[in-house]
Design a protein around this ligand. Structure first.
Ligand code: FE
Ligand code: FE
Ligand code: ZN
Length: 276
């Protein structure tokens, strides 16, 4: 059975997210650890987390994905921005230890003219400072579209980051379908080839999650504009192959398409239908 959900607002707390997920036919969900533009995190109430975990068993929900704020840039040129990234990630990961079964996803960063090699070194440095031996939350590097100076467009860049991290057993990858398409990988005509390339460069054992988004733009556009499933350049046939692919079908899928809850509910039903 497809494990699929969508991005949800965390404004109502943890149990509320789980109930909302169940109400739209989702079996997982994604949420921001704090305001996506950054800023202070709300306190997480232990009784709310526990109520969510109890609800998970009843409703067959699993692997919520916590998304770091977009403003987090581990390879910024400005030292203060890097410090914010370090402190935010440290705080997020400390608090996520209280939410068992959750994974943490972040955008590796933008090197802002310093070059991707410097970017890779800075991202790995940050990870080496925040990861601890006793942490349970997998930390996922998201594949990026390559917009501006984003690091992580290519599988090789993700591999280079992982190779520099001491506790790399804590690291995984979240593959975003819009991003890899915009980044140049042909998941429409050659999904097997792309997956084979990911396996040889990064290793499929690192792949822990998939962001399911269609793209407004053609392949290699490096734009990162998400579209509703089947309405963009990737198209429904490709999504059927993605959600049924033997290397992907057992992973959790998260929609980040431009939708309100009703639209997400329809997309989840659509994808469940074509995955049969
Ligand atoms: Fe993201
Ligand atoms: Fe994404
Ligand atoms: Zn995106």
């Amino acid at each position: 059975m497809l494990r699929i959900g969508c991005h949800l607002s965390s404004a109502g707390g943890f149990l509320n997210m789980a109930e909302t997920a169940a109400s739209i036919g989702a079996s997982t969900f994604q949420f921001f650890t704090r305001n996506p533009r950054g800023g202070a995190a709300k306190t997480w109430k232990p009784e709310d987390v526990q109520a969510m975990l109890d609800y998970f068993e009843k409703a067959d929900i699993a692997t919520p994905l916590a998304h770091a704020p977009y403003t987090l840039n581990a390879c910024a040129k400005d030292e203060n921005i890097r410090k914010f990234a370090l402190e935010t990630m440290e705080d997020d990961l400390r608090r996520l230890e209280t939410v068992p079964g959750t994974m943490y996803n972040f955008h590796p960063g933008s090197h802002v003219g310093q070059g991707s090699e410097t970017g890779i070194v800075l991202i790995a440095d940050l990870l080496n400072r925040v990861l601890r031996e006793d942490m349970h939350t997998p930390v996922l590097l998201e594949t990026m579209a390559g917009k501006g100076s984003e690091v992580g467009r290519s599988f090789e860049e993700l591999r280079a980051i992982i190779d520099r991290v001491e506790l790399s057993d804590k690291l995984g990858v979240c593959l975003d379908t819009c991003h890899v398409w915009d980044g140049g990988y042909d998941i429409v005509e050659d999904l097997d080839g792309v997956i084979g390339e990911f396996d040889s460069v990064v290793g499929l054992d690192r792949l822990r999650a998939v962001h399911l988004n269609d793209s407004v733009n053609p392949r290699e556009s490096r734009k990162d504009r998400h579209e509703k499933i089947g309405r963009g350049q990737i198209g429904l046939d490709a999504f059927r192959r993605i959600v049924t692919h033997p290397a992907l079908r057992d992973l959790p899928f998260y929609l980040e398409t431009p939708n309100e809850l009703e639209g997400y509910q329809a997309e989840i039903a659509l994808l469940r239908g074509i995955a049969e």
